[in-house]
Design a protein around this ligand. Structure first.
Ligand code: ASP
Length: 325
């Protein structure tokens, strides 16, 4: 009888622990998207009345563009390009129209796009006459044998491939620029734009576009067009777009570091992003943030600044827009 009780107990225990070992099925979103419009040490009092709402309105409009592409079965690459194009055309943000000025009063724009399927990428840097740098970055990726093109060569390539070329005065927005300058002077001159997306085929893509940092030196290139620094996508892990003090994001290869922590250490996107932004960068006073989406549609919006213009949406209906931390 005693043996029977022990046997029953052992069988029960074995079944119970087997059950405990059964892993929850991984929840995968059909599609997911996140966007940013720059990070900085901003406080509500830095904005004029109605200004924050204006940013939120534009972020929502950009989000709708991406949601439509993804919910209709379009590719993550199309989604991130169209969203970033919209934000480049919006003078509120530091990309395309409304880009910040260099020390000598010019606009030198950087942009990058990356396809998580095959790690293909296209980037341009230091251009001053291309209306939508993100689309030319995509042309570099798809229609040239190269990854990165800069300055005059990038402009020549853009012209030859039918991109819209504008006079440098196109980027100038006096009223908005001056008021934004004043409002954000102390806050670190933010406004870079970015988008990451997972599509219904499980493909990830990332895109980032910027005017760089206000008062930057001629010829300075930031993290945005450096693959693995400001922009990265890999179907094995995640898609990421960063914003912040570019020099730190380059030196700490921020977006690739986050992906590598996921790939080699099995960390979640959220944990990996927190490790890099809130620990590694924080320790050296590297300010900024990152948006990411992983291969299952989990989203991370992580910053070590007091704010980052950001928004996200998932096929399940979850979505949000926020500015402050
Ligand atoms: N990361 C950009 C750069 O350094 C600027 C920004 O995101 O605000 O060029």
């Amino acid at each position: 009888m005693r043996y029977l009780i022990i046997l029953v107990f052992l069988v029960f225990y074995a079944c119970d622990s087997a059950q405990n070992k059964v892993q929850e099925p991984v929840k995968r979103e059909k599609w997911a998207i996140a966007i940013h419009g720059g990070a900085g040490n901003i406080r509500p009092e830095d904005f004029k009345e109605g200004e924050v709402e204006l940013y939120e309105k534009e972020l929502k409009a950009a989000l709708e563009i991406g949601k439509r592409v993804l919910s209709e079965g379009g590719s993550s690459l199309d989604a991130v390009e169209r969203v970033v194009r919209y934000l480049e055309d919006c003078p509120l943000f530091n990309a395309g129209k409304g880009a910040v000025f260099t020390h000598d009063g010019r606009n030198e724009l950087d942009a990058a796009i990356m396809d998580g399927r095959d790690l293909n990428a296209g980037t341009i840097a230091g251009v001053g006459d291309i209306k939508n740098p993100i689309s030319v970055a995509r042309m570099v990726m798809e229609q040239s044998p190269h990854v990165m093109m800069v300055g005059k060569g990038a402009s020549k390539f853009a012209k030859e491939h039918g991109a819209e070329i504008v006079d440098s005065s196109y980027f100038y927005t006096e009223r908005r620029w001056k008021s934004l300058q004043k409002a954000l002077e102390k806050a670190g001159k933010m406004g870079t734009v970015g988008c990451v997306a997972l599509d219904q085929n499980g493909n990830l893509a990332a895109a980032t576009s910027t005017g760089g940092m206000t008062n930057k030196m001629y010829g300075r290139v930031g993290d945005v067009p450096i693959i693995g620094a400001g922009t990265y996508a890999n179907n094995k892990t995640c898609a990421l777009s960063a914003t912040g003090h570019g020099e730190y994001f380059i030196r700490y290869t921020v977006t690739h570091d986050i992906s590598a922590l996921m790939e080699y250490k099995g960390m979640s996107l959220q944990k990996a992003a927190e490790k890099v932004i809130n620990d590694k960068l924080e320790k050296v006073d590297g300010r900024g943030g990152v948006i990411g989406v992983d291969k299952n549609g989990n989203i991370a919006l992580v910053m070590n600044t007091t704010g980052m213009f950001r928004a996200f949406a998932k096929a399940s209906g979850e979505e949000g827009v926020s500015v402050f931390r």
